[in-house]
Design a protein around this ligand. Structure first.
Ligand code: UD1
Length: 429
């Protein structure tokens, strides 16, 4: 099994580029099932979750070519309407194939999706919304038998602005008969990117990025070229690394407005932020300050995906920070691992209390999930001595060449296989 070995305590600096957004590309790949022609998607990161989506598309009968960061999908012929359980369980986003597969083949047989273990993660909102659009869905054990001879427009009120459910509705409604209105829709930038892709194909989706989205169903969609937006969570991860370890770091290929929800936290930590068109320069103070309170919320609130990243940065701040996780009840698994570095974090229900410490020390830790793994990397970079991070397959789901990029800005980080592991214990250097 692969691991990351990090010798921490080095000052980082220089420039990094942010790759395309995982959470945009996954629903867009699913949406290409609606298009009987060649969709060309640019700025696609090389991630295992992207490979898993391509695997599903190919299994269903699509032809997929990859040329560097461009993926060309020809979904002209779709031969199957089932997705095997192992493919469904590889990632949470496999559920987004339900809307697109049903729209395309009128029947779909799938199992419950997998994904990071960060809470219960039900799919009730996906299923009830698709039912409103005309699908009949029978649940039997872990499997779903779904039929939708024709989707029709509907008014759907989401009890929570679920990102995935909003995406499934948009995709399913794009070729439906009539108008669909989503009330309390998710407003994340990735929703707008999905709508932009589908609208370029001829869909009529209005209001994406706002709380109410209207979709006027169209008869057919034509192929288009689309460039994925930059990954705001990767940008936030680099900001976290800079806050902890860099005097100055420039992060290129960002969309400033997508980072707005996290900027106040970094400013409160004492970082200085300088924006230039599509890039951001961040400088950090000698010691980070605490942030009084951070509460994760749906966009444009503070993103749950940045919670562990900012928490890692705050482990070395001066003072006490409270972080309340309101989106996923199980998203604190990284805390016990952060404490192995010498951090002082306790949990009271859904609030983490981070008492900043002066130093972190190298440790052997596990990636608990994708963003939890990123938090381990940040803590290890800032820790004195050598750290080993296991279960890095979580990190590979959402970060392309993370260690290569961090090495470019001065980190001492390498990926090893178990066989090659040198058995030095932590804190030796
Ligand atoms: C997406 C993102 C993920 C991010 C999350 C919240 C992708 C691939 N993943 O996940 O990185 O952390 O948004 O910003 O885009 N819920 C229900 N019933 C449902 C659906 C969701 O109760 O049918 C609940 C979830 O358990 C959770 C909350 O709603 O508590 C948010 O989930 P949702 O917005 O759907 O997240 P995902 O789409 O899974």
């Amino acid at each position: 099994m692969e691991k990351l070995i990090i010798n921490g305590g080095r000052r980082l600096g220089g420039e990094l580029c942010v790759h395309g957004a995982k959470n945009s590309v996954l629903p867009i790949l699913a949406a290409t099932l609606l298009i009987k022609g060649e969709s060309v998607i640019h700025n696609v990161p090389n991630l295992t979750d992207v490979d898993a989506s391509i695997g599903i598309l190919e299994y269903l009968g699509a032809k997929v070519k990859r040329e560097n960061d461009t993926i060309i999908i020809n979904a002209g012929e779709i031969a199957k309407n089932t997705i095997p359980e192992d493919m469904m369980r590889e990632m949470r986003s496999s559920i987004i194939f339900l809307g697109s597969l049903l729209s395309r083949t009128k029947e779909a047989y799938i199992c419950y999706p997998g994904g990071c273990d960060i809470g219960v993660r039900p799919i009730d909102l996906h299923l009830s919304s698709l039912r409103k659009l005309g699908a009949s869905i029978a649940e039997s054990g872990n499997c779903l038998c779904c039929k939708a001879p024709s989707f029709h427009g509907a008014k759907i009120i989401l009890t929570f602005p679920s990102v995935g459910a909003t995406e499934n509705i948009i995709i399913a409604a794009a070729l439906s008969k009539g108008k669909t209105t989503i009330i309390n829709a998710a407003r994340e930038p990735e929703i707008s990117d999905l709508a932009a892709f589908l609208n370029s194909c001829g869909a009529r989706i209005f209001g994406a990025g706002e709380g109410t989205i209207e979709i006027e169903g169209v008869e057919g969609l034509k192929p288009c070229e689309h460039t994925i937006i930059p990954d705001r969570i990767v940008a936030a991860t680099y900001m976290g690394a800079a806050a902890m370890n860099a005097d100055e770091l420039t992060i290129n290929d960002i969309r400033t407005q997508h980072l707005a929800p996290i900027l106040p936290a970094f400013m409160e930590m004492g970082c200085k932020l300088y924006f230039d068109k599509n890039s951001l320069k961040i400088t950090s103070p000698k010691r980070l300050k605490r942030v009084k309170l951070i509460k994760t919320m749906p966009y444009p609130g503070f993103p749950t995906d940045c919670q562990s990243i900012v928490m890692a940065a705050l482990t070395k701040s001066a003072g006490t920070t409270l972080i309340n996780e309101s989106i996923f009840e199980g998203r604190f698994k990284h805390i016990s691992e952060l404490n192995r570095f010498g951090a002082d974090i306790t949990v009271n229900d859904r609030t983490a209390i981070i008492n900043g410490v002066k130093s972190l020390y190298g440790a052997n830790v596990f990636s608990t999930d994708l963003r939890g793994g990123a938090a381990m990397v940040l803590a290890a970079l800032a820790a004195e001595g050598r750290s080993t991070i296991s279960n890095i397959y979580h990190i590979d789901r959402g970060y392309e060449k993370l260690e290569e990029n961090l090495a470019l800005i001065g980190a001492d980080i390498k990926r090893i296989n178990d066989e090659k592991e040198d058995r030095e214990s932590p804190k030796k250097e």
